[in-house]
Write a protein that binds this ligand. Structure first.
Ligand SMILES: Nc1ncnc2c1ncn2[C@@H]1O[C@H](COP(=O)(O)OP(=O)(O)O)[C@@H](O)[C@H]1O
Ligand SMILES: [Mg+2]
Length: 207
């Protein structure tokens, strides 16, 4: 893999999208070539799968079905977009990736790390992120900051206990993959968090 692959992770509302936007502005200003994509989604087929996963009418969806749908969306994005772009040597930034599945489906839904890692082997094979920017903020703080849950989002509606499990799952992953995880304290202002991310990516030679 010639290019660099950077993912952003963290609980709902911690500022992933906001920080990626600020990073984009920085990269544009500094003439850094990049491709931005998101999960689940990032290709026409994967965006359709995203719609099924997030639709709040699909409240009968089983954890296993959900985990397999995420993996399907991921494999499609990987083959269609990520692999070709990374082979060309581009810097690829992805809003969420496999760690979201490990944290949400593995730890929080109770399917277990091993099971979710196994079904994600297609996506994981050689295409692990070079670095994962983990925005560390508890779900409690994040929901307080964004003024409550988004009632149209099936995942956001899952409740406090679920999101606590996701958070603890991420902490486990940060320990397990300490060589690739960049843990950023996201409790400060947007600008403070942005500066921390820029410094960290510079230190790793990405920017
Ligand atoms: N550092 C911050 N301080 C205060 N509010 C923030 C901060 N970062 C993000 N927000 C706000 O929190 C909400 C969720 O941010 P968002 O970037 O959409 O999170 P995510 O993509 O991680 O779900 C948005 O309304 C955003 O403007
Ligand atoms: Mg977002």
């Amino acid at each position: 893999m010639k290019g660099k692959f950077i993912t952003f992770e963290g609980c709902e509302g911690v500022g992933k999208s906001r920080q990626i936007k600020l990073l984009e502005e920085y990269m544009k200003k500094n003439n850094v070539d990049y491709l931005l994509t998101r999960e689940p989604g990032g290709s026409i087929i994967s965006e359709k799968i995203r719609g099924i996963i997030l639709d709040k009418e699909n409240d009968k969806m089983t954890p296993a079905c959900e985990a397999l749908l995420y993996a399907s969306a991921r494999v499609q994005l990987l083959d269609e977009v990520l692999k070709p772009e990374l082979e060309k040597g581009r810097l690829v930034i992805c809003d969420r990736y496999v760690d979201s599945s490990l944290a949400y489906q593995g730890y929080a839904r109770g399917l277990g790390y091993e099971f979710v890692a196994k079904i994600n082997d297609y996506a994981l094979k050689n295409f692990c992120p070079d670095y994962t920017v983990f925005l560390k903020l508890t779900p409690e703080e994040a929901f307080k900051r964004k003024g409550g849950v988004d009632k149209t989002d099936r995942v956001e509606l899952l409740g406090k206990e679920f999101h606590e499990k996701v958070y603890n799952g991420y902490l486990e992953l940060a320990k397990k993959f300490s060589d690739r995880f960049i843990v950023i304290d996201a409790s400060g202002s947007k600008e403070e968090t942005h500066q921390k991310i820029i410094n960290a990516l510079k230190e790793k030679g990405i920017l």
